[in-house]
Ligand binder design. Sequence first.
Ligand SMILES: NC(=O)c1ccc[n+]([C@@H]2O[C@H](COP(=O)([O-])OP(=O)(O)OC[C@H]3O[C@@H](n4cnc5c(N)ncnc54)[C@H](OP(=O)(O)O)[C@@H]3O)[C@@H](O)[C@H]2O)c1
Length: 237
Amino acid sequence: MKIALLGTGAGARCHAAKLTTLGHQVTVGTRDPKATLARTEPDMMGTEPFAGFLAAHPQLTLATFADAAEAGELVINGIDGANAVTALAALPVGALADKTLIDYAVPYVYQQPDDAENPWPTPWGAMPHLDPVDTDSLAEQIQRALPHTRVVKAFVTQEQETVVHPAEFGDGDHTMFLAGDHDSAKTAATELLNAYGWSDIIDLGPLQAARGLEMYAHFHTALGLALGHRFGVKIVR
Ligand SMILES: NC(=O)c1ccc[n+]([C@@H]2O[C@H](COP(=O)([O-])OP(=O)(O)OC[C@H]3O[C@@H](n4cnc5c(N)ncnc54)[C@H](OP(=O)(O)O)[C@@H]3O)[C@@H](O)[C@H]2O)c1
């Protein structure tokens, strides 16, 4: 299948690399391919410049967000959460219309005036804010901005390295969640998760449930910091 991976961050790279091993034709989207390939320094998360990753994965195509979205039959959103709605809404309508978009972004807003009051062992020393939160979610904002696209929230409760390699924990017997207003999009996300190796997938119902999935991010980070390594989460019932 032709899959568009919108984003060049650490998470997007996990999907891009895994999807090529599964035989998919992957186009990675970025704001400006030339500028992305010209970077020589790691980003604020310590992620190495994209050029080295692309050199190691020559099956991938790098394109603008618009060209990548156009090329994809299925689209995965890995654009930084604070900028995703603006970036997606700016794309030509036809590039995303009648397509499933799987969104894994967290609406983190970094480096706020009250950072000193929220110490947290991130690279910049503070806990990011979530915006939106409680009464809305990034996924719902994306769905409202793209009414002709079928948005499904998934993957977001894990590091993307774990999403594409679930067997690293408990032989893969741990739980993934999704939410959305379109059954066909949830089926597409489930099929992809099955191909990655997930079997315990809980459908949380309408896209509104993305609020909880996004708000879980702080707890997930706290667990990761407490354990000191990645982990799986199993819902026992
Ligand atoms: N990494 C994970 O394992 C993981 C796990 C769960 C959730 N998430 C969430 O998923 C999202 C993506 O994470 P990530 O680690 O893959 O990458 P990221 O570093 O958070 O985001 C990188 C992408 O965001 C784009 N971007 C940044 N600022 C932009 C702007 N002003 N306008 C348009 N695009 C902009 C970058 O564009 P360029 O390509 O042009 O630089 C790049 O493609 C985040 O919200 C993150 O919190 C990540």
